[in-house]
Structures are given as structure tokens and as C-alpha cells.
Design a protein around this ligand. Sequence first.
Ligand code: GLN
Length: 537
Amino acid sequence: MSTTKYIFVTGGVSSSLGKGIIAASLAKLLQARGYKVTIQKLDPYINVDPGTLNPYEHGECYVTDDGAETDLDLGHYERFLNVSTSQANNVTTGKIYQSVIQKERRGEFLGKTVQVIPHITNEIKERVQILGKSGEFDIVITEIGGTVGDIESLPYIEAVRQLKWELGDDNALVIHLTLVPYLKAAGELKTKPTQHSVKTLMESGIRADILVCRTEHHLSDDLRRKLALFCNVQKEAVIESIDASTIYDVPNLMLEEGLDAIVLNKLNLSNTTSPNLDRWNQFLTRHKNPKSTVNIGLIGKYVELQDSYKSILESFIHAGAANEVKVNVISIHSEYINKDNIAEKFSKLNAVLVAPGFGERGIEGKVEAVRYAREQEIPFLGICLGMQMAVIEYARNVLGLKKANSTEMNADTPFPVIDLMEDQKSITNKGGTMRLGAWKCELQKDSLVDSVYGSTHIEERHRHRYEYNNTFRDQLEEAGMKSTGINQETNLVEIVEIPSHPWFVGVQYHPEYKSTVASPHPLFVAFVKAALDHSEK
Ligand code: GLN
């Protein structure tokens, strides 16, 4: 019998209450007490994965080592826990139905009518228990996306009900995250929305064991008692989750509220050791006491929605703390950058990051941003599309190939310096068909990236279709843009740099997916350091 314990996190009243951060914070505390923990996200939408979603719809698409395109909450899980997630950590309704329908086509249901209960719920239960059965984890925390009462979350809630019944109260518990709003006119915190959402959960047969209440004001003793009474939980199980200035404060706030202690208690697990958060708190101290500030421009076309660049923004927080500087990220919309306004727009920048992206919109502004950073010797980091733009800019303005482009933007360019590889040309399906996940890369000795990583073998995560075109490599190298990172098996160029520039690096991969609190990404740390040097000049 499996000894893994399961914790389910549901949400009520409103979306965007931060279930992912609560799950990650609880996981952090349990990990800091010596437990092996992982977190899984169940998303009720019908897309098989968020890879086909526009960032405006759902924020950034996060990528795991094993090439899963996932919800951005998995990024938080990795950043908090410093443990890699995988395909199994993000399940969508699309994945569930795809798998059940494939089984039906193979005849695996032996003539039975295939139904939501039990077939869909069984598939959900299996997906939840895969992580537990791997034997790698003591505790699996499963976050259910959406809000209770949503039509599309019903099968998930039913699966949780069944699992809780099958596993028993010692082995599974439900944490319900709700909102306790403050009514200014009444001068009061209101519990009714929480009562109603707990009631909705009850109608599906689930009693919440713990309530985590998002609030802008502290919960009084009376209010906690009232919530406990009407929501059928112990008073100690009413946990306040007050607004914090940074998500990285939440583990300590949950520790003060005793969330981890009550969880361990209910799951019959030992809580004799107190959590060791030394490293975490060292990071927090550095993060909160910067010695100086740098301005870094983030050049992208999804800048209106900050979630689109979540991992990049978090990587700057980790790298800022490592350098004891505050990174002031100035988002600049690439669509509105041109030759005439760039000097003014970039006048305060100590470094320029050109962001990943897809499609033609905003491309010329990105090329212009690269040109300006290169000519003005401003530290530059190009990520994925940003690296591709750096190659295009160099080809156009240094090699004089004025019409150089990526075939993604112009299929008929005479100088396709960025192009599709042969094996991509025959692919017609969009979902899950990019170059995805971890790929090895060999760094050139004595290059800038070699000194940054302190090793010549690295592995980084990818998510793109187009590649550096090796036909132009000799020309680019001779003109001063060096290829300093190569994937040996495919000979694909993963990194370019310009040694004559103070700090100019373009990477085809996404370093931001691997930066965590415990190990800030070396490339971001070095880039922020370069910005600091620039600001001191
Ligand atoms: N659109 C580019 C490609 O597919 C870059 C993708 C990205 O920036 N993630 O190659």
C-alpha cells in the first residue's frame, strides 16, 4: 500500500487568489521539514496543454525538462522547491479526454458505455496517483484550477471526493482557498462568500479540512471562530493569508499561521522538527535590502500582461538578490519602438533584454532594440526570438544583408539567417511539435558564457521551431558574432555572442525556466552584474 499523503487545494469565491503560491508555500514548509514533496496542477480547460494558448489568454507557457508545455504555476513550484517537475505535474481536461477516447478506440472498455463517472474520474484519479506511486514523494499536493461551482471543474471535484474516501482522512486532506473581502462602506470583513463556497463544496460531498482565507486585513479571533463554526472546520484550521509585498514572503506567513503544522497533524505525520528556512531567509534579506538599483528594459509584445513574462521577471528577482541590487524592470512594447524614439525610450536603461515571442508583430522594434544596445554598448540578453533578432540585426547592419530575416516572418527572404530545420518542415500540427525541453549544449572555452556558467557542458530548456541557419555561420563569425554554444548531436547553434561588446549574449533556449530561489540562473546573475557595471560607469 502506498504511504504517500495527498493534499488537494481547491479555490472558491474568485479566481486569481493565488492557489499556486499557497500550494508552493506549503510545499516549501513541508520540504524544509525534510519531507519529499511535489505539486501537481489540474487544469479544467479542454486544450491538451497551454502550448497553443496566446499569452494574453493564460500568461506564460512554462516548459519542463521533459518537454511538457505547462501552466505557469509549475514555474512557481520549481522556483520555490528547486525540484524539477515533469509531464505528470500538469494535467488538463484535454489530456484526460484524449487519453480516455484513445482507450475507447483501442477497445479497452470492453463494450461498456464510456461516461464521465467512472471513466473520466478514474482517469483523473490515476493521474493524481501517478506521482504518489513513483515512490519519489512523501506528499503530493494537487492544485485544482478554477473555482468550485464551475461546470468544468465538476469531474475533478468528484475525483477528489472519491480519492478522499478511498484513501481515508489520515492520507488525504482538502485545503480550500477563499476570499474574505473587506467592505469599505461597512468597515468590515465579510465571511458570507466563504460560507457559500464551502457550501458549494459540501454539495459535491467534500468537507474542507482547512480554510485559507485571502484578505487585505487581519482576521480577528471572533471572525476566525465564526468562519470555523459556519464552515465546519476547527478554529486552528482557519488560516489567514494576508496580502504580501512579495510572493516569497508567503511561506513565512503560512508558517506563522501554522498551516504546515496543522497539515502534518491531520495527516498523522511527525512535526517534531521545525522547518529549516535559513537559505530561503538569506535570499529574502538580500532581496529586501538592495544596495543599489539597475534599470533593465524588457522588450516584448505581450508587456500589457505581466504574467506573459512571469519566469523572466522572477529570474530578475533571484539574480537581483544574488547581486544585492534591485532590478527595476522597465517593460517596453516592441511595436512602438522606432529609430526616432529609441534613444529617448532607452535613455535610462542599464541593460536590454529582448523577450521570446511568436509571429511578425513588433519584430522591427525588437531588431531596432538590438541595434541600439549593440551600438551603444549596453549589456544585451536575447532569449529565443530575442536571440534570433540579434542574428538578424547583425546580418542586416554589419554584414549588409539588408533583407535578412527569419522565414517565420518572411518566407521569401533572400537571406534566411533564421530558418526551419528539415525535420520541422513536414510538421503540420501546432500542438507539442516545437523543439521542446532540455537539450545539451557545449560551450566554447574562454567564451563569455563559459565564464558565466563555469562549465562547458550545460543543459537548457527549449521552446521554438526556428533555428540559426548554419549556412550563414562563417560569414557571421568572421564579422564578429561568435557561436559559442553548440548542440553536438545536431550541430545547432544555441548561443551567439559579440566579444568586442562589453556584454552581448543571445540564447536560443530559455534560461528563465531554470532560475530558482535556491539557484538563481547564472546567466541572469551575470547579466544583472553587467547592468550594475553599466550603471556605475
Ligand atoms: N518564434 C520563434 C520560433 O518559433 C521563437 C520562439 C520563442 O521565442 N520561444 O523559433
